[in-house]
Design a binder for this molecule. Structure first.
Ligand SMILES: O=P(O)(O)OC[C@H]1O[C@H](O[C@H]2O[C@H](CO)[C@@H](O)[C@H](O)[C@H]2O)[C@H](O)[C@@H](O)[C@@H]1O
Length: 383
């Protein structure tokens, strides 16, 4: 990820660039992601000087609109129930076979590599443990999925890493034995009684039983600024039907999933107007959401490294970290596992072809659940 510092837009280029050769060949065959990512990447790299020329010109010049349009598959390609058409199914199978094999079909291969190693598991929340739904407050996790996570955590240290506030994701998952990293990794919490083992972590009593947990919050100095920006965003988007501004503690999400497409430019303009006066904040694109967060050298990848260190599992030959996630922000973690000293496997959850730093793929949360169950069965079979 690159912050285009000094450029007109604080937007980060957070999709891995697609090779232009591949794009030329496949543009018509990979209907959603390639074409969308092409337009997104080429626009985000523009360095058009910022000038107030009116809503459309302004948000177009910094590439926001294209990124907003490409942030979820168009409904014509993936229907309401997320079942794709026959043509896209073929494209998907081809993409999976050639680039990101199914982690279920490749389970034995993954496990042959895991033999004699300690697995550490990192799980994104939205789109990974819970399906994407229209209303962010209703992204509940099924009790079957909760059991699967609970079981897997009996055998492997497990962390939930989410863009949401830590409190919110804890409320959804509701398992006290896990590590949690909210606000894209900027708010890390150990399970009760465990320590994060870092000089800047602090112990607090959280739950009703008064149990102690350890917290690490590298962006805490940004809290007053984030609170101010949150108020401004709520106020400035108030009249746009369908907008939802979500307080994620160290980050803010501005959802436009339920906003009429003709008003997306207006949403982008409101956000731009507010954050342009805050050079210490940056903007990233998620699934039908604009995410505002502090400019610090911290992301989900850094959180994974931090947690591995806390667990005493860093730089160990006998450790296999596995990260499962569906979003662009998960790419930072996939990259760390692909390139960093803590080699492991990223598993991308996606029902449409897209480029990723992951090694494997799973189609949707139900496949994630199967994968978690398979991990448990495998571990039990090892005795
Ligand atoms: O890192 P994650 O756990 O994947 O969180 C990323 C964002 O997820 C949520 O928004 C997304 O899911 C919603 C519920 O399915 C959906 O309505 C929305 O359109 C998606 O963008 C969450 O609300 C955001 O705050 C997170 O940043």
């Amino acid at each position: 990820m690159d912050i285009k510092s000094g450029h007109s837009s604080p937007v980060m280029t957070d999709s891995p660039p697609l090779s232009s050769a591949r794009l030329t060949i496949r543009q018509n065959r990979i209907p959603y992601s390639s074409a969308a990512a092409l337009s997104q990447n080429s626009n985000l790299l523009l360095t058009v000087p910022r000038k107030k020329t009116g809503i459309l010109d302004d948000v177009k010049s910094n590439g926001w609109l294209d990124a907003m349009k490409s942030s979820s598959p168009p409904p014509t390609l993936v229907n309401k129930d997320n079942f794709s058409t026959e043509a896209t199914d073929m494209t998907y199978r081809e993409w999976m076979q050639l680039k990101y094999p199914s982690a279920l079909a490749s389970f034995e291969k993954i496990m042959s590599f895991a033999k004699g190693k300690r697995i550490a598991l990192f799980l994104d929340y939205d789109g990974t443990l819970s399906p994407i739904v229209e209303e962010p407050d209703c992204a509940y996790m099924s009790s079957a999925m909760r059991s699967a996570v609970q079981n897997v955590a009996k055998y492997f240290p497990t962390a939930i890493i989410s863009g949401r506030s830590r409190d919110k994701v804890y409320e959804f998952v509701n398992l006290s034995e896990l590590y949690y990293a909210g606000s894209h990794g900027m708010d890390i919490m150990s399970p009760a009684g465990e320590s994060l083992n870092h000089e800047h972590s602090r112990t607090v009593s959280v739950n009703e039983k008064g149990k102690d947990v350890n917290l690490f919050q590298p962006a805490s100095e940004f809290l007053p600024m984030i609170d101010k920006v949150l108020c401004s965003l709520v106020e400035s988007t108030n009249d746009i039907k369908g907008v939802k501004v979500e307080d994620n503690k160290f980050c803010i999400s501005v959802h436009y999933r339920n906003v009429e497409e003709k008003n997306w430019a207006l949403v982008a303009q409101c956000v731009d107007d507010v954050i342009r006066t805050y050079p210490k904040l940056r903007l990233t694109h998620g699934r039908k959401v604009l995410e505002i967060r502090p400019v610090i050298d911290w992301d989900k990848g850094k959180a994974v490294t931090f947690l591995l260190e806390s667990l005493g599992l860093t730089n160990c030959e006998d450790v296999l970290p596995i990260y499962v996630g569906d979003d662009r922000t998960d790419e930072d973690a996939f990259k760390v596992l692909r390139e960093g000293p803590n080699h492991g496997y990223g598993i991308l959850v996606s029902a449409v072809p897209k480029d990723s730093n992951a090694f494997y793929s799973l189609r949707d949360p139900s496949e994630v659940m199967e994968f978690l169950k398979s991990l448990v069965t495998w571990k039990r079979s090892m005795g």
